[in-house]
Design a protein around this ligand. Sequence first.
Ligand SMILES: Cc1ncc(COP(=O)(O)O)c(C=O)c1O
Length: 376
Amino acid sequence: MTKLIHTYAQFPIEPVDGHDYHLIDKNGKEYVDLTAGIGVCNLGYSNQPVKDAVKKQIDHVWHISNLYENSKAEEVAEKLCPAGYLAFFCNSGTEANEAAMKLARKDTGKSKIVAFNYGFHGRTYGSLSMTGYPHIKDGFQALVPDIQFEEYNDDASLAAITADTAAVILEVVQGEGGVNVGNKEWLQAVQAKCHETNTLLIVDEVQSGMGRTGYKFAFEQFDLQPDIITVAKGLANGLPVGAMLAKESVAKAFQPGDHGNTFGGNKVVMASASAVLDQLNPEFLKTVQAKGDKLAELLNAEILPLDHVKNITGKGLMIGIHLTDDVKVGDVIKTLQDNGVLTLSARGNTLRLLPPLIIDEAALKDAVAKIKQAIG
Ligand SMILES: Cc1ncc(COP(=O)(O)O)c(C=O)c1O
């Protein structure tokens, strides 16, 4: 009998060990992992530079509180922030979005936020309130007020962005929402309307960032310059972390006492993040782009023609395979588990793939063959 509150429908598999892009369960069965802990362990399960950095920091202080200077956090901010941005560290994606919401309201003096249907931003009240799934909000009302939902990729949404709007929040590739890729022209139009109305643009890169699409931030492919960027998941390859990055002109709205948390910038976590960012260099990102192209080619040739597949969407190594209603994504996931491959789902009967970015092409090819068999 479990002593855990039943918030997750868990699979009867317990991974206890791992290496590269493989996980090994408590019975010794080995899996090829196409989940990366939901887009977290992007450098896999045995990344030596991350291990070394964490072990080194463990021999010094682990936690010092944010009342003292923190050169490790400075180091990570330096490596993570685009030029002209400052960082605030926290412990998760939802906290990064909470910080973004508060900063946007403080900086603009306005309260209205425009968010999108099937955008996912987290489970704490601010982030949950900006999340565009009615069913995950059921039972938790009253939510944070003054948040308006619009249709993603729809020009009609632009009318909602007015001089009263503090911020627009969006993912350039909606992850949980079904791996929906933003339309470049629409994203550009949203940004232009934000500029016209003095509205801040918040881009949630929690799932799409940290190399997942072959770029440090996925928004780079859409020529956007968000006012606020949120990241988490892959930043520390498995240690809990979140960060809000804001343009300096916006970040200055936060002064001592306005926001904070106990663990943000934790030295062990920052040591890991610093080692991750060192590896997320242009050469590495090019390898991810090449693998993304190869995977797209394989999926278009092998999976898209299948009768039970409606469509395949995504960017880089963030992929959604949209299944017809007569096949249940849960059954496909189970069959793949039996055949030694771990996968995820997303909204709308979608099989989602978020493999560690270090996976090799031969493993992708083998996994695609197993996916074909499972869907077939
Ligand atoms: C785009 C996006 N934002 C925010 C979150 C919430 O992150 P966390 O679970 O770390 O709070 C998630 C989690 O899946 C996400 O995909």
